[in-house]
Design a protein around this ligand. Structure first.
Ligand code: PKZ
Length: 221
């Protein structure tokens, strides 16, 4: 796991987010526009050329590998490449997760980029988002948990649009945390999941000069 420390202030995090979040949102718009565009083939080809130019520009300076999850000394994580919540990741819806002890909740808007069956959310996307949420619920005490087993039950089709999701810890047993999660539309639960989350055997929390107690740690931005 990547736990590199980046010694920056919360103000600096906010400054960086104020730059990358609008960019990521524009890329999300681009993805949606490409999926649904009905302009001519010539205009699609011209769009490709313009996008290729932007890609070449961004490639001039690239981080090797993935983004990872850097932490500040105060233990604020920056999982900005994360597939479900990453501030720099246009693949992420993103989820803006609210956490309290043993609980993680969020609302989201899933559009054309998340389609599986026509007009409905892809089952793998629902599983991805619930996986993130069970991980966040299991980790509200500051210790990370990996998904050991995730069992997903699709109760009825989830239409694309406004949705909410919730994950709640239902029990703990040694390094194992049990979490129940649901995804819902306006008419109720469409998908439910049960997870066994496991804190890895040899995991040691990184230490920081000003490491706050677990309950006060902000796990990510
Ligand atoms: C800097 C700090 C950060 C702070 C906090 C930040 C958090 C901010 C939120 C992040 C949220 C991200 C959410 C994304 C969630 C993913 O996507 S995680 C990625 C997908 N999961 C993986 O890649 C996990 C891959 N597997 C592994 O790494 C290892 O198999 C595991 C799961 C860590 C377990 O390994 P281990 O510690 O060696 O486990 P082991 O000692 O064999 O077994 C311990 C217990 O667990 C049970 N067990 C083991 N494997 C399994 C399994 N697969 N299923 C069920 N039970 C199992 C065993 O039976 C045993 O039970 P008991 O005998 O104690 O009753």
């Amino acid at each position: 796991m990547d736990f590199r420390i980046e010694d920056i202030s919360e103000e600096e995090i906010d400054r960086r987010l104020s730059v990358v979040e609008p960019l990521t949102d524009s890329v999300r718009q681009l993805v949606d526009a490409v999926i649904r565009s009905e302009v001519s083939d010539e205009r699609l080809t011209a769009a490709k050329d313009r996008i290729d130019e932007i890609v070449a520009d961004l490639r001039e300076q690239q981080r090797p590998g993935s983004f990872g999850t850097p932490y500040t000394k105060e233990f604020i994580g920056m999982p900005w490449g994360n597939a479900a919540v990453g501030a720099r990741n246009a693949v992420a819806p993103p989820l803006h997760v609210r956490r309290s002890p043993g609980l993680a909740e969020c609302e989201m808007e899933l559009g054309a980029a998340y389609e599986g069956p026509g007009g409905c959310v892809h089952g793998g996307i629902a599983a991805l988002l619930l996986d993130q949420l069970v991980g966040e619920a299991a980790s509200t005490d500051g210790l990370p948990s990996f998904t050991g087993t995730l069992t997903v039950k699709y109760l009825r089709p989830t239409l694309l649009g406004a949705l909410s999701a919730r994950a709640e810890v239902t029990g703990r047993e040694g390094r194992k945390t049990f979490v129940h999660a649901t995804m819902s539309d306006a008419d109720g639960v469409t998908v439910e999941a049960d997870a066994i989350m496991i804190c890895p055997k040899d995991f040691e929390l990184p230490t920081g000069d000003a490491l706050p107690p677990p309950a006060d740690r902000r796990l990510d931005r």
